[in-house]
Design a protein around this ligand. Sequence first.
Ligand SMILES: Cc1ncc(C[n+]2csc(CCOP(=O)(O)OP(=O)(O)O)c2C)c(N)n1
Ligand SMILES: [Mg+2]
Length: 363
Amino acid sequence: MRDLAFSLVRVLDPKHKAVGDWDPKLDADTLRTGLRHMMLLRIYDDRMQTLQRTGKLSFYMKSLGEEAVAIAQGMALRDDDILFPSYRQPGLQLVRGRDLVDMMCHCISNQRDNVKGRQMPVHYSWREGNFVSISSPVGTQFPQAVGAAMAFAYRGEENVAISWVGDGTAAEGDFHYAINFAAVYRAPVILNVVNNQWAISTHMNLSAGGSTFAARGIAYDLPSIRVDGNDFLALYAVTQWAAERARQGLGATFIEVLTYRGEAHSTSDDPTRYRPKDEWKSWPLGDPVERLKAHLKAIGEWDNKKHKALEKELNELVVKSYKKAEEFGTLDEGPYPPASTLFEDVYKNELPHLRKQRQQLGV
Ligand SMILES: Cc1ncc(C[n+]2csc(CCOP(=O)(O)OP(=O)(O)O)c2C)c(N)n1
Ligand SMILES: [Mg+2]
């Protein structure tokens, strides 16, 4: 399979038909579900970014242009497979049916925030969905996913662990520790590098080292595949293949997901300082939402009227969810989680210096 690390797996052709060996042959309902999740993610992102700009959230990060990554890859897995995402795959929660109100309460850091205001917005955590907390230091999730996969294997369980890091993060030590252990122990894990061309303002040329990211997996003797990250069907097929391999005890797969970060890195970034405005509209691999929509239309399973109606429905859902979320507190006025929660949930027994700090706070 060596060539797969240097080429590009694609299923959707220029006429929006599904072609080739990798066609996962999904039924129209599954495709429509994928489209719905991707559209919801985009609408949710737009609304949340606007709320940040009007002072209702402290910070936000969009997934624009990368919606297929979390949605297609998430849909190709089982709900009991464990997810170790970066901040760029919040869409996994939509696949697993998380309540939008809970996601919003987390971003506002209000009383219903399940991480009690201790994390930055977009650093979701959702135990019931097997969605492991996002960590700000990039890359820590990669070795954690390998460890979780090794635990599944020791216990004789069929589950798979999956993780994502960015192109910039692939220059971290954690990346190499993870793929080394994944290969040596044949861990049932899927390790993805989402090459969205940018690490904040640093272009991926500075971390790629002149070859593809997928090529790195070969050095570790891992099956390594480079896939079109804006092609819902290709992403689904490659992930399904990797998950089946892992479940059969054949070990880890390494995937480079080729895509483009459509928006700023975060609300603290201004990309017009380092790249042309709207550059993502010229990305040769197109827009993942538009491509799946065009495919559904090409096979006679979708039309513009249905699309408009769905857009309206999802817009209303997001607006309604935000109104509900605000009932549990706003960034400006609270109520917030009580200060005493700062000292809970980490240590089983209170440590002396923390007791002192808690007493100083008077909580
Ligand atoms: C260990 C560490 N170093 C630096 C940072 C600051 N930082 C946050 S995101 C980021 C860029 C990551 O880029 P990439 O891995 O390509 O992911 P993307 O944002 O493109 O999804 C950097 C440098 C950090 N959070 N953690
Ligand atoms: Mg990147």
